[in-house]
Design a protein around this ligand. Structure first.
Ligand SMILES: [Zn+2]
Length: 429
């Protein structure tokens, strides 16, 4: 290999020059701060619409210059920032929302509802078009919202900080790292030290699992000390209500362990105190539970006696890599993965278009599809029936994975692991 050093060196410098010029071109349209669109995501089981709320200036932009346009096609929703003259996509992200989950529960068949949401993008120097796309029943994208955004508008609200912040785990400049912000839920003003301890424990736990462990130097973790009026968490099913800073609640959609936050704008307003790309909420409770939604937020209990760390890594899998749940049952959703439609999640298939997935190319050609469960071959990558909350018609890559029963394994299946690695590579490009 050594004799090729010189030519590799030349190629490396040529590559650098190309990368630099591409990045200079890409970055020329925006500044190093964030513009946030706050809106209401509303509708019922059969329809959805988007109502403008306001534009907000946030002080930091934490993303990489070279990963502005996401190419994964993950997410049930997607937003794009487009140059209005050329039609060039300048920024693109897929994401999921709690509202879209609500659309699949029984209640959505008989009532309409709105949830506050937001999307964030680099502050444009000139006018840009913001477009929101959603998937139709066949998982094809259709444009649902469009707005011309003028960064010179005097009506863009300036963010005013109100909380103190601290670094938990720092590895370098935000543009070159994946930036996570931790937000406290249900910690009173007297419980700052307990929150700090929970932050340290989050870092210790998350980065003890492959592939985060090997990539820990690619992450920054910061925290915003936003105390709650009252200590503890809201449990409507048990008649317990607390005045807390994020307004999180267990019993979301009638599922006891599902602790979620309906007002995502509240989180964005707290998170904006630091440079960030991913929001994770640490909940001051011993009660088992939480949730994570792709490119939206994650939340879980910080004090569960035995599975705090495993839940962090599971929910972060949803938040960071859009991984689907590989288990069966336990939710209120109806027909979340309909037959005849290939899920966009990398680790679930209905076998409608399995060959479109990287997973299909990772299989040993001798492995039968679907793959029968064989206790003697628990590590065999295959296509096992049962996943996405249902026992029939949806398939998972391995008998068990951290996205399945996190109490009985401490690792991801090869498909989930690969998806997380790819996401890390993309964001640190
Ligand atoms: Zn998996």
């Amino acid at each position: 290999m050594k004799k090729n050093c010189f030519s590799i060196g030349i190629c490396f410098f040529a590559l650098c020059a190309i990368t630099l010029s591409a990045s200079a071109q890409e970055s020329s349209w925006h500044e190093q701060r964030t513009l946030r669109l706050d809106f209401y995501h509303a509708g019922d089981a059969a329809s959805e619409c988007y109502w403008f709320d306001e534009l907000v200036e946030e002080p930091y932009w934490a993303g990489s210059e070279n990963s502005l346009v996401d190419s994964t096609d993950f997410g049930g929703q997607q937003f794009r920032i487009v140059d209005p003259e050329s039609g060039t996509i300048l920024y693109k992200r897929g994401y999921n929302t709690l509202f879209n989950e609500w659309q699949t529960v029984d209640e959505a068949r008989t009532m309409k509802k709105a949830m506050p949401e937001s999307v964030r993008f680099p502050w444009p120097k000139e006018k840009v078009l913001l477009q929101i796309f959603a998937r139709d029943k066949k998982n094809r994208w259709s444009k649902r919202y469009e707005q011309l955004i003028d960064p010179a508008s005097p009506y863009i609200r300036r963010f005013s900080p109100r909380y103190e912040t601290f670094e938990v785990f720092y590895n370098g400049e935000p543009a070159h790292k994946i930036d996570v912000v931790l937000i406290p839920e249900g910690y009173s003003a007297e419980e700052k030290e307990a929150f700090k301890k929970a932050c340290d424990n989050f870092v210790k736990s998350l980065f003890s699992y492959t592939p985060y462990r090997e990539n820990r130097s690619k992450f920054n973790v910061r925290a915003v000390w936003a105390p709650s009026e009252e200590s503890g968490v809201t449990l409507p099913g048990e008649g317990i209500w607390r005045r807390t800073v994020t307004g999180a609640s267990f019993y979301t959609f009638g599922v006891e362990r599902y602790q979620m936050i309906e007002d995502q704008q509240r989180l964005a307003e707290i998170a904006a105190h630091v440079p960030y790309e991913y929001v994770y909420v640490l909940s001051n409770t011993q009660k088992y539970g939480g949730g994570g939604i792709y490119n939206f937020y994650g939340i879980s209990s910080a004090n569960h006696p035995s599975s705090t760390g495993a839940v962090y890594v599971h929910e972060f899998g949803h938040l960071f890599a859009g991984l689907g749940d590989e288990y069966v049952g336990g939710v209120a959703y109806n027909d979340l993965y309909p037959q005849g439609v290939e899920p966009w999640e990398a680790n679930l298939t209905t076998l409608t278009d399995f060959k479109s997935k990287e997973w299909s190319r990772m299989l040993d050609p001798k492995t039968p599809v679907p793959t029968p469960l064989d206790p003697a071959q628990a590590d065999l990558l295959g296509v096992y029936e049962g996943g996405g909350y249902v026992s029939k018609g949806v398939y998972r890559p391995l008998p068990n994975c951290l996205m399945n029963n996190l109490h009985t394994t401490d690792r991801f299946c090869p498909v989930c692991e690969q998806t997380i690695r790819r996401q890390i590579e993309f964001l640190c490009r």
